[in-house]
Design a protein around this ligand. Structure first.
Ligand SMILES: Nc1nc2c(c(=O)[nH]1)N[C@H]1C(S)=C(S)[C@@H](COP(=O)(O)O)O[C@H]1N2
Ligand SMILES: [Mo]
Length: 219
């Protein structure tokens, strides 16, 4: 347990966990999985799960893993992997849409909702953007409302197994409504910011907003 993970916060979390258990709160599918036609324009369906990254797979052991949350928040903190596992988690189902035109249906994740993390760190009113930094040096950016959407999670399990290293384990971001490059693997730092800052692909011509349904691929 890290120092910043104070007893007070822990009490708050236990209360949240209890409430979550009482609600029987298991997430159902992300809204896109309920569409009659789930395949966004210009996409083709795959059944395997391609690996896409910068060609570097950082080896981050769960025991050494730390997630830093900083920037425009009242309570910046660093969570260990076991802190993260102690947080209330959800089971979520969603579809993956990669800008390179493959889509993969029915991914079942377990993880912590972005909203749960936001409750802990308490973003300031001037936090408008969220910037992700990963262990391979990759960065990406979203607007705060995209990050705090109901179906966004920090995933540590996929199909009941710990998330594999090649797909971003021990922990990755999952933002179901956006092209998958916005979902940082091996996430190391989440920064709440006043100003936007284009990430790795955004600087190289990828669209800042990344909505697959309106094909916001490049701009
Ligand atoms: N840390 C990190 N996260 C990343 C990337 C990366 O290179 N590094 N690539 C992005 C891109 S372009 C895609 S399509 C997805 C691929 O995730 P997957 O390999 O699990 O399919 O991860 C995204 N997140
Ligand atoms: Mo991608």
């Amino acid at each position: 347990m890290t120092e910043s993970f104070s007893g007070k916060i822990k009490d708050k979390l236990i209360a949240a966990k209890r409430k979550w258990a009482e609600d029987g709160r298991l997430m159902t599918g992300a809204p896109d999985t309920e569409r009659a036609n789930r395949l966004p324009p210009g996409q083709r369906l795959v059944t395997d799960w391609p690996v896409l990254d910068l060609g570097i797979t950082p080896h981050v052991l769960a025991d050494d893993y730390q997630l830093e949350i900083n920037g425009q928040v009242r309570k910046p903190m660093t969570l260990s992997f076991s802190d993260l596992l102690d947080l209330p988690h959800v089971t979520a189902k969603n579809d993956i849409h990669c800008v390179t035109s493959w889509s993969r249906y029915e991914n079942h994740w377990q993880g912590v909702l972005s909203k749960t993390l936001a409750e802990l760190v308490d973003p300031l009113p001037d936090a408008r953007h969220v910037l992700f930094t990963a262990h391979d040096g990759y960065t990406t950016n979203v607007r705060i409302e995209q990050f705090l959407d109901d179906d966004v999670l920090l995933a540590h399990h996929w199909e009941g197994e710990p998330l594999s290293e090649e797909h971003g384990g021990p922990l990755r971001v999952v933002i179901p409504k956006l092209y998958f490059w916005k979902s940082a693997k091996w996430v190391k730092k989440i920064t709440f910011a006043r100003d936007d800052k284009p990430g790795f692909w955004e600087e190289r011509g990828y669209h800042n907003n990344a909505d697959p349904w309106t094909e916001e691929r490049y701009e």
